[in-house]
Design a protein around this ligand. Structure first.
Ligand code: HEM
Length: 315
């Protein structure tokens, strides 16, 4: 008897489920009959005004009427433009104020990275090959001469640009609060820019580079504490075979190890550190309220309008 009851219950459940499925499918078919024409109508309407389609509104998420809000949203919602602030101080875009020197320095760094990678395809950092590779680039590689000279000139220009940038930051007093930290990041960037130049100088392995690096690294002998001829160096046990100069050259003379070390610092070590510092430098410019300057933060469109707020009331 109990068995009969449970089998009846199971059958009842099955029919209930079947009914639910059938009515569900019927409802769906009914809905499709009205939904499909409605969707088709929407699509046709959309073709008349593409800015109303779902595809368009999923990409462009704000209106384009010329209002300050939409202009700000236009910058903020674009992956490339959002790297810039939506509103900036008017002085920031005046070349006579910034000289554009920070931007030019960065641009030259990009050129150096690009041409440097291309040069790496032809250059071997060994005493046998290095100078020959340079001659090969100068005389045989298609566009090799212009490639090498682009790298060389961009390097010279970057050193000039970074000094001028620092000079303008100094002249505009932009090292003061709240930009002291970024000034210090800048000082490190200056040092790394000079180190990039210095390490690159040895790479052609010509007389100019050899003697420049000989003189430069000889100065390291006199480093306080770490050089064997520097103050307190001898007392700390520094000799020509274990001091900072030895570490830089990978030996006691400018030779194959020095060339390899220069190459690795020049192509990997220093560019990585400099890139990280540049990221911090640009981020700090934003965090410190954008480029410094006397002008107010306002859009050109707002410039003619009467000012609001407590200051305006007192005027
Ligand atoms: C690789 C080297 C450097 C790069 C690529 C670089 C890049 C930039 C850029 C693009 C700006 C935005 C404003 C402008 O273009 O003038 C800037 C601002 C600034 N830089 Fe540099 N910079 C470098 C080195 C330095 C050095 C050597 C210093 C100072 C010792 C420095 C200190 C500053 C400061 C304080 C600001 C903010 C200026 C302001 O708010 O007016 N930077 N830098």
């Amino acid at each position: 008897m109990a068995d009969e009851n449970s089998s009846n219950e199971k059958n009842g459940n099955k029919t209930g489920l079947l009914e639910k499925v059938t009515t569900g499918v019927k409802d769906d078919i009914q809905a499709l009959k009205t939904d499909i024409p409605a969707k088709a109508k929407e699509q046709i309407e959309g073709l008349k005004d593409p800015t109303k389609t779902q595809v368009y509104t999923s990409i462009f998420r704000h209106k384009h009427d010329d209002t300050p809000r939409n202009r700000a949203l236009g910058v903020l919602s674009n992956v490339f433009l959002h790297l810039h602030p939506a509103k900036i101080n008017r002085d920031a875009v005046r070349y006579s104020y910034t000289w554009g020197m920070g931007g030019i320095t960065f641009y030259l760094f990009i050129i150096l990275t690009y041409t440097g990678v291309l040069l790496m395809f032809y250059y071997h950092p060994s005493k046998v090959q290095a100078f020959r590779d340079v001659l090969y680039l100068e005389h045989d590689v298609p566009f090799g001469k212009i490639l090498r000279n682009m790298h060389r000139w961009a390097a010279h220009l970057m050193v000039i640009a970074v000094w001028l940038h620092m000079f303008r930051v100094f002249l505009t007093g932009s090292y003061k609060k709240p930009r002291e930290f970024n000034w210090n990041i800048g000082v490190l960037l200056l040092v790394f820019t000079l180190l990039l130049s210095f390490t690159g100088y040895l790479l052609p392995d010509d007389q100019l580079g050899f003697w420049a690096v000989t003189v430069g690294t000889n100065m390291a002998r006199a480093t306080p504490l770490l050089g064997h001829e520097g103050p307190f160096g001898a007392q700390l046990g520094m000799t020509p075979y274990n001091d900072v100069r030895f570490g830089l050259l990978g030996g006691s003379i400018v030779d194959a190890n020095a060339l390899l070390r220069s190459y690795i610092w020049h192509c990997i070590g220093i560019p990585i550190v400099a890139s990280v510092l540049m990221i911090v430098h640009f981020w700090r410019v934003r965090k410190d309220g954008g480029i410094s300057g006397p002008a107010q933060m306002m859009l050109e469109a707002e410039a003619d309008k009467p000012r609001r707020g407590p200051k305006a009331a007192g005027e």
